[in-house]
Design a protein around this ligand. Structure first.
Ligand SMILES: [Zn+2]
Ligand SMILES: [Zn+2]
Length: 315
């Protein structure tokens, strides 16, 4: 890698200067880590749009949905096609006038973005707004990342946050699409693969090429994030030399990952490197953060749209 990964953050991506602190890695090694606090809102693009308002909404007006197999623009036509796509006649996100049911108030959003979605919020397109977050502010995230990445060569399962983007957003684990679809809801993402939940604020589930940094090198895609083990994450690229965690080594960048294709739901599934212990396990959070930014990867009961109910997300 030509220079330190933390030099690559975009202006505005961080709320405080990067500090170097003592840390212990998950293999017990005492070393130094960067302590990085990301702003929780993308430095280079706006948040949204997410859900369509009518069954005639076009691609430009809406965000995306992905379910592990396919990536969709959440257009009016997608809303009309839901019963066919998921082979279930209970899907009906729109009324007789073609109006799509969207969580238009904070109350509706918080009711629909919980594990036990009330019946009245079945068949909703769920979207949150930044202004509905605690104090109306983005939710910052503080993480510790090894200064000198240590590659074990043994995959360890990635947990949220998987990493942080160079434009200042946390990357979460796979969204629990089965639970979301099971409640007949669509937790739409914006075109950059992010959406808002009441606890983590704006966070990312899929890499779609937003927020890349640097000059294009032939045969490579550009980096957009740093994984929790300290290695860069580059945009997705189909290639046959990637290891089990989608990583490989090049002369220009050293060892780095490539994001998984966005429809697969999860930017990475594992790391080849060692992460800091504090990154591995954060303090549990039982509700909205009372004060200060949430640290690490605590579980989020009643948090992201059903995501807290899923065993594989946000922990
Ligand atoms: Zn590469
Ligand atoms: Zn989410």
């Amino acid at each position: 890698m030509p220079k330190s990964a933390v030099d690559l953050f975009m202006p505005g991506a961080l709320t405080q200067d990067v500090a170097i602190v003592d840390c212990v890695l998950s293999d017990g090694t005492a070393t130094s880590c960067y302590k990085v606090t990301v702003a929780g809102t993308p430095a280079n693009h706006s948040v949204g749009p997410f859900c369509p308002r009518s069954t005639s909404a076009t691609e430009e007006e809406v965000g995306i949905w992905l379910d592990g197999e396919n990536l969709y623009d959440v257009t009016g036509q997608f809303i009309l096609d839901l019963a066919t796509i998921y082979n279930d006649d209970h899907w009906m996100l729109h009324d007789g006038q073609g109006k799509v049911r969207v969580t238009e108030t904070q109350e509706a959003f918080e009711a629909a973005a919980r594990p036990d979605v009330a019946k009245e919020y079945e068949n909703y397109c769920v979207e949150g707004r930044m202004e509905w977050l605690e104090g109306g502010n983005p939710v910052t995230a503080t993480v510790q990342i090894p200064v000198s990445p240590v590659r074990e060569g043994i995959p360890t399962q990635a947990r949220a946050p998987l990493g942080i983007t160079l434009n200042g957003v946390r990357i979460d684990a796979a969204a629990p699409v089965d639970a979301i679809l099971g409640a007949y809801t669509i937790a739409a993402f914006d075109d950059c693969g992010g959406h808002v939940n009441p606890f983590d604020g704006y966070h990312m589930h899929a890499a779609t090429g937003c927020g890349e940094v640097g000059e294009v090198i032939a045969g490579e895609t550009l980096p957009f994030a740093i994984a929790m083990d300290g290695h860069l994450i580059h945009s997705a690229q189909e290639r046959d030399d990637l290891d089990a965690c989608n990583g490989h080594t090049t002369e220009d960048y050293g060892y780095h990952y490539h994001a998984r294709s966005p429809e697969l739901n999860a930017v990475l599934t594992c790391y080849m490197g060692v992460i800091a212990q504090s990154a591995q396990r954060g303090p549990p959070r039982g509700g909205p953060p009372a004060g200060g930014p949430p640290q690490g990867a605590g579980p989020t009961p009643g948090g992201d749209h059903l995501e807290a109910a899923a065993p594989h997300d946000h922990r």
